[in-house]
Design a protein around this ligand. Sequence first.
Ligand code: ADP
Ligand code: MG
Length: 857
Amino acid sequence: MQRSGKGKTPRRPGQRKQCNIEKDPVGVYCRIRPLGTEDEECCIEMISSSTIQLHAPDGLKANRNGEYKETQYSFKKVFGVNTTQIELFEDVGKLLIEDLIQCKNGLLFTYGVTGSGKTYTMTGSPGEGGLLPRSLDMLFNSIGPFQTKRFVFKPDDKNGMEIQSQVDALLERQKRDSQQSVSKIPSSRQKADPEIADMISSDDACKVENVDEDSCYSVFVSYIEIYNNYIYDLLEDAPFDPIRPKPPQSKILREDQNHNMYVAGCTEIEVKSTEEAFEVFWKGQKKRRIANTQLNRESSRSHSVFTLKLVQAPLDADGDHILQDKNQVNVSQLCLVDLAGSERTNRTRAEGSRLREAGNINQSLMTLRTCMEVLRENQMCGTNKMVPYRDSKVTHLFKNYFDGEGKVRMVVCVNPKADDYEETIQVMRFAEMTQEVEVPRPVDRPICGVAAGRRHRNQAFRDELSRQLEERGGPFNAGNAVRDPAQLNHLIESLPAIPPCELVDPADDQMLPRLIEVLQRRHHTRQMIIEEFNKTANTVNSMLQQFDSQLSSKGNFLHDQQSKLSEKDKVIVSQKTEIERLEKKSKTLEYKIDILQKTTDMYEQDKRTLQHELETRDHRLHRELSDRRRIEQHMQGMVTDTRLKWEKECERRVNAKQLEMQNKLWVKDEKLKQLKAIVTESSPAQRPERPTRERDGNIAQKRSASPSPLPTAPAVHPIHRRSHSAGGEKWVDHKPSSNLDVDTVMQPIIPNAIKVSTPNEKALSKCHKYVLRHQELASDGEIETKLIKGNVFKTRGGGQAVQFTDIETLRQECPTAPSRKRRSGSAERPAQLEETENTAPVTSTGSSYFYQKRRKP
Ligand code: ADP
Ligand code: MG
């Protein structure tokens, strides 16, 4: 806990994460309670001051075939059955109270199954006060003389403390006193409730020695119960209706500005003594019992949290009054938690809603267990898993402690009886795991008052003054410098009484001297008193002078302070004007911001509209783009189609042209050959007369290209035909090897034909009919087969000649071919042929060629 602003609980040390934080493991202690009866079977043995050994009860061992072994568990310290409450307190509680006074927080809880001694350890029994009453006692023993009057500190309902002026505190005290005149708070042990009177014995009073005397202290207590994950305020002063008792209202948890968890609206009672504090606790305890009975709850299933809040603030420079500075107020707290029994639900044999509730309670202990597991895992593996504090009220309320807000200690209570063995094992496992959890060590913060030792110095000054007065003027009370009335009375009483002074006898000569003597003695005493008085007056005078000088020095000091104050005032005034200026400026700026905000809104609106428009256009553009793309694709497809088609067409035309040219070439070749033959045949020496008709080009006759043609042999009559009776018509079927096989159904089948790929004399001599299968490419790209037929006859020179008589054309047509083709193929091409040649090509066996006017088939 550290000094913090505005009397709040301090901020959790979140920033400390990075640096090397010192950590302490959770302090886990174990307390073994005595067995209920001597003859009960015991299953726990304490083997050292820090180790216990569990052994399975005989029955269980026998049942489970030795499955249960002896197990040992170690703790910070083990308290055996004979440990007294004070011994336990000295080890467990004392340090927490010391810490509390040193402004550090603490959390102490008892854990164990029902009946294991948790409440005994925490609260105790008459004559055997537990940790709670002892903690209270030690706290009040330590701060007792330095406590403030009531209502100087006041809870601000936000987990912080406010500081009240003396007057406000006084007024509130008077108001409270008038209200509570009936139920006065007991101020001594005798007046306390007989039930609790014995809880705190003054014999073993503990005390913290080094309490800062220059601070003022005040203690506030609160007491809550968590049942079924609901928080109830046990100190709430709700009007009680015995006829229709209202169920208690549950409270909620809040986080204060320093991220510490607290119960919102929880009653915090200021207490000034152990008895008063314990009385408050006892009242809450009674209320708890009544509520449990009325609402039929099982008390062992609830957690109770008693919180001791210590508020401290330094004294002012004079050491007489509390410093009225909220920022100097420190709050530290110690939570004493008596947890619900940790046993599993089935053990309590609860049913229905009780069972559900029990489940919830178990759930909160389960959550506590899970939190410990996660914390341990995070620490051991360096992970940063989220600790599920929020899963239950108990863990949520104490989450700050595990994050380094204070020391955490746990007393694990165990009952060594055999019945509890299995539950005890669970408790031990939890305790063992908890011990491995490390909690960041709370930081040490020295309390920085104005100047140390003010209270002490003031007392020393008073003592010294009284001593000096005594030395100088006898028995003076240093406090008021007035003569001790008893001594004065004694002096007056010691005056001799005045004897009767009535002269009745003229001869009486004794009375007058006696009277004179008495008067003289009285005069002497009077002188003495006068002297004393003068002395005193002088002393008082000198004292007054001293005081005067002190006062004047104080006055000077005050003057100084006042001038400082006025300076400060000036600074404050200037700062106030500055603040006003800044406020004005901030207002102007706010106005500007407002305007800007509006402008922004307008622009924002514009932007939205434009954006919308943009989106629409974008959309349209997109659509158009996709349309265009589609068309483009379509066009491309068409282009490719057309290109392919034209490519094919071109190819086809080129082929046709090639064939045509070849034909032409061939014809020219033939003509040349013929010419050559004519030239050779009719050389002027050997053949002077040459038939004219050979030259006219109508009928060509060629001599066989035999090696030795007869130069004198006359031309055979071309019309001559062989006798048909000699064995029917025999054909030479000339199929050039360049011909392609076409897939037509109609093929000329000529019986008795001699099939040749080149015509030869031998074949021709045997036949009298000749047919040439001539293929050419028609204009539509299809192959056209022409069957050029002719008659074979013998030439006069002994060779064979063929006269062409007929042409048959075979054509194959594709049914899907466009009509255009037919047009160009059937009309144009033949016409061209006719024009250019006007003849049909003929072939012969090599002896002669004939040209004949072509007959159209
Ligand atoms: P819990 O709160 O765990 O349910 P209690 O504290 O109520 O258990 O203890 C049950 C009984 O055992 C009480 O009567 C109590 O007085 C007694 N007891 C517990 N621990 C001790 C102890 N160390 N010495 C003597 N009696 C004890
Ligand atoms: Mg209990």
